[in-house]
Design a protein around this ligand. Structure first.
Ligand code: HSE
Length: 414
């Protein structure tokens, strides 16, 4: 008899039910290629929800007592798909203390308590994998920790929230309202349980904390990120940006300056229509990487949704199965660099500025407007301009806080 990797499943929602399905379909192929059979043997069920149909279909037992899963000596790995911080954090720490490997898709938790959890896994001599926490079905984290190990990344940026990209695509292509677009994204299972995190850029910011660690080895917190969401973004500005030759996308970006400091941001950005990121529609994500070795590269795929995200979770389980067969434990990431955040004067960007044409700005801004871009066609009763490259300090001193002004960064051409 070959080896078996037994899984205890915590969470049977959109992604959890997908994991049951993907594993059932791929079990034989995984066993053929790794020599190890992966089997969900027990799952945590809420006393208020009947999950017996899914348990019967996939052949595992249910318990309403999580300790029963941790204490089960036959279970090798816990898959945590509950989401949010508590009780997921307590459950993962308990699982690690019982020397069980952990696979999770929980970006909120990894971004907030990743170092503590990774230390607990190391201490216990087990693995903590979380490929599905960034980019849904896209294989980005393992790619960064393996393929980019002999490379030096200078920039990593892209579309890393499926919900908002789905909404922006719908609003532009079909003219649907913000509210309708959000409702559709929720119905399709792309949005978080509280979609505030999606539309306000928090979900993307959690993912940038994780990407910054994998790309630069630096540990940052949400507070270190300049975060804006898409709430309040008007169709007038989206159309004006299009007239300038740009699509508006919610972009997460981390950039290393020549001095070695890193700036990290999340916000709506004007992306040149010629850029590969502009072609990414609906719930798809794209992560663009600039590095000294490969040069420019991009990974692209579904950033949300049951089956793609479940496939990333099962990919982590498959990696564990391979290690089980080899008799090794391998950490997901070993990249430590001291954190060095850029100062406001080091963060330089062009900005799109707009305000109602019947409103006067309280100061002259001619000196920062790019005269090569102005005059442009102005539509929808907006004054709209693109600035010269200006630093964050200047933006804070002169532009932030002006009522009625819309400000978005502008991505440079390739
Ligand atoms: N709510 C997230 C998104 C799910 O829309 O991208 C995947 O992380």
């Amino acid at each position: 008899m070959g080896k078996q990797l037994n899984v205890g499943l915590l969470g049977m929602g959109v992604v959890g039910s997908g994991v049951c399905q993907v594993l059932a379909e791929q079990k034989a192929a995984i066993k053929a290629r790794t020599g190890v059979e992966i089997a969900i043997t027990k799952a945590l069920a809420s006393p208020y929800e009947d999950k017996s149909a899914i348990a019967d279909k996939y052949g595992f037992s249910l318990t309403t007592t999580v300790e029963e899963i941790f204490a089960d000596p036959a279970i090798d790995v816990i898959v945590e798909l509950i989401g949010k911080i508590s009780p997921a954090k307590e459950f993962i720490l308990a699982a690690l203390a019982h020397k069980k490997h952990v696979v999770t898709a929980n970006k909120d938790l990894i971004a907030t308590h990743g170092p503590e959890l990774l230390a607990a896994a190391k201490e216990a001599g087990v693995s903590l994998y979380f490929e599905a926490s960034v980019g849904g079905g896209i294989p980005i984290l393992r790619t960064l920790s393996t393929h980019y190990l002999p490379d030096t990344i200078t920039d990593i940026f892209g579309i890393i929230n499926g919900t908002t990209n789905y909404m922006l695509t719908k609003m532009v292509a079909e003219g649907v309202s913000y509210e309708t677009a959000l409702l559709e994204a929720q119905e399709k299972g792309f949005a978080e349980s509280d979609p505030t995190n999606d539309v306000d850029g928090i979900d993307a910011a959690y993912k940038m904390v994780i990407l910054t660690k994998f790309a630069f080895g630096m540990t940052i917190a949400l507070e270190d990120i300049d975060i804006k969401g898409i709430r309040g973004l008007s169709i007038d500005d989206i159309q004006q940006a299009a007239a300038f030759g740009y699509d508006v996308k919610l972009i997460g970006a981390a950039q290393k300056n020549d001095t070695g400091s890193v700036s990290v941001s999340v916000g709506p950005v004007l992306v040149p229509q010629s850029h590969a990121l502009a072609s990414i529609k609906s719930e798809f994500n794209g992560i663009f990487i600039k590095s000294t070795g490969i040069g420019q590269s991009m990974v692209y795929g579904p950033g949300a949704g049951s089956r793609p995200t479940a496939t990333s979770v099962v990919a982590d389980l498959t990696e564990l199965a391979k290690h089980e067969a080899e008799g090794i434990v391998a950490p997901f990431l070993q990249f430590e660099a001291s954190t060095n955040l850029a100062s406001p004067t080091e963060i330089v960007d062009r900005y799109y500025l707009s305000w109602p044409s019947n409103q006067d700005l309280p100061m002259a801004i001619d000196d920062i407007i790019d005269q090569a871009v102005v005059p442009q066609r102005k539509i929808n009763g907006l004054n709209a301009y693109i600035t010269k490259p200006i630093n964050q300090q200047l933006v804070d001193d002169r532009l932030s806080g002006i009522t009625g002004i819309q400000m978005m960064k502008v991505m440079e051409e390739f």
